[in-house]
Design a protein around this ligand. Structure first.
Ligand SMILES: [Zn+2]
Length: 440
């Protein structure tokens, strides 16, 4: 429990978030008022869609909600089905009978297990991609989509196999406290994973090139924003991703860790947004960089994993004792215990979802504030630029302006686009008696 307390202290250290300034509080109140006085799912003064786009957005949202929650339920149901039908125990018996080596057994079990769960989830995945294509959000061919699925499957099997071997080593050696040992081992693995992802994983799915190669003028302006925040983001750390091969939506993000940390801007953002709007998006991304969101993200994930493993270990022990004989899983050392553990994960994760999405929303809001402050003095009117950027971002994704606040609270990783636009319009920290939050 000492670790839990330490992590909580780190997460809530005063420097991590900072108290809201008066300007921020006023803007938040004004944005909330705007949302409260506008129709639910309808347009708001700071962000609007055409009637046709609004209708599309509402349909897309309904479909997304269905697939999201159905996916969570199906995840639990499919694992129960596999266990109850004896497919897990038969797979386990087959691999232990056929192979001597524990490594081969582990990898063979995982391969068959992943094949079954991937096939069972495929209809939902296909439906989600079909929706994206029919609404023009994705332009990726089915062949390319299937290729990505195959790559993802292979990576999960290859790296997942190592994790599974480590997991069962912990369970074998420490039958009662394995979850804590596994959690300790997961910390350096997660950090290493985040470090290598931009080098090893991302290039397998998308094409990247230095931003300066095609956008030298833009890079100069981006450097102005970087200098204003006293950041050290050299042009070599700015990349352009050819997202237009697959999607029509806009994005930019920060990824990596230490020497691999970088800012990535999608080419779709450059095609649809003005140079000022791209500066704001970059300012927002720099905010994640400067406000140490990656490190905080790792700490939050570790805290989440700690809680998840702690409860899942208890659920696993209980489920094996209670249903083990009917599922054909005699102990937590059996390969089939992996399915039971994932079942426990799948039951707990949906309950943790509002906590994790609320945490990321706080970070995203902080990055919005930072982004707006970072372009002050570089663009004519930061509030209008930020609002216009949200308008373009939202329009291209058919984001509804004023979604249900319960849905936003439970599932949204970012504040709704309408809330972000309304905040941007009302955030005026350079007015008399006010002060900026981050860049004084
Ligand atoms: Zn962000």
């Amino acid at each position: 429990m000492r670790y839990l307390v330490l992590l909580l202290l780190l997460l809530h250290a005063p420097h991590a978030c900072g108290a809201a300034t008066k300007a921020e509080e006023l803007a938040l109140q004004a944005a909330q008022h705007e949302l409260d006085t506008s129709p639910r799912d309808g347009n708001i003064p700071s962000y609007h869609l055409s009637p046709e786009a609004l209708h599309k957005g509402q349909l897309l949202q309904q479909s997304w909600v269905r697939t999201h929650f159905l996916g969570e339920v199906w995840q639990i149901a499919q694992l129960l089905l596999l266990l109850q039908l004896g497919l897990i125990s038969r797979t386990q018996a087959a691999v232990t009978r056929r192979f001597k080596s524990r490594w081969v057994q582990g990898y063979a079990f995982l391969l068959l297990f992943l094949l079954a769960t991937t096939l069972l989830t495929l209809p939902l995945d296909v439906y989600a991609q079909w929706m994206q294509r029919s609404y023009g959000l994705s332009v990726q061919s089915w062949a390319s989509w299937a290729g990505d699925l195959l790559k993802g499957f292979t990576l999960t099997w290859a790296f997942g196999g190592l994790i599974v071997m480590l997991l069962f080593l912990c369970i074998l050696k420490l039958p009662r406290t394995w979850w804590f040992a596994f959690w300790l081992a997961a910390v350096p693995i997660t950090v290493a994973g985040i470090f290598v992802t931009p080098y090893v994983i991302d290039p397998l799915f998308n094409t990247f090139e230095p931003l300066a190669r095609s956008q030298p003028k833009l890079v100069q302006r981006l450097e102005q924003v970087a200098q204003r925040g006293h950041m050290n983001i050299p042009p070599e750390r700015m990349f352009l991703m050819r997202a237009s091969d697959k999607v029509t939506t806009l994005n930019a993000y920060v990824t990596g860790f230490g020497a691999s940390k970088r800012v990535v801007v999608w080419d779709t953002s450059l095609a649809r947004g003005t140079s000022d709007e791209v500066l704001f998006i970059f300012g927002h991304e720099s905010g994640h960089y400067v406000l140490h969101h990656i490190v905080r993200g790792i700490l939050i994930s570790m805290l989440g994993l700690f809680v998840l493993l702690c409860f899942s270990a208890r659920l696993l022990a209980w489920a094996v004792g209670r249903f083990g004989s009917s599922w054909g899983i005699r102990s937590q050392n059996d390969w089939g215990a992996l399915a039971v553990l994932l079942l426990a994960f799948s039951c707990i994760s949906p309950l943790v979802e509002p906590v994790s999405s609320s945490m990321t929303r706080i970070q995203e809001h902080a990055a919005d504030v930072y982004g707006q402050e970072a372009i002050h003095g570089i663009v004519a009117d930061p509030a209008t630029t930020a609002r216009d950027a949200f308008q373009v971002l939202g329009e291209t994704s058919f984001d509804v302006p004023n979604p249900s606040q319960v849905l936003e609270f439970w599932t949204y990783s970012h504040p709704s686009i309408g809330r972000r636009a309304a905040f941007a319009v009302h955030y005026q920290p350079w007015a008399e008696g006010m002060q900026p939050k981050y860049l004084k």
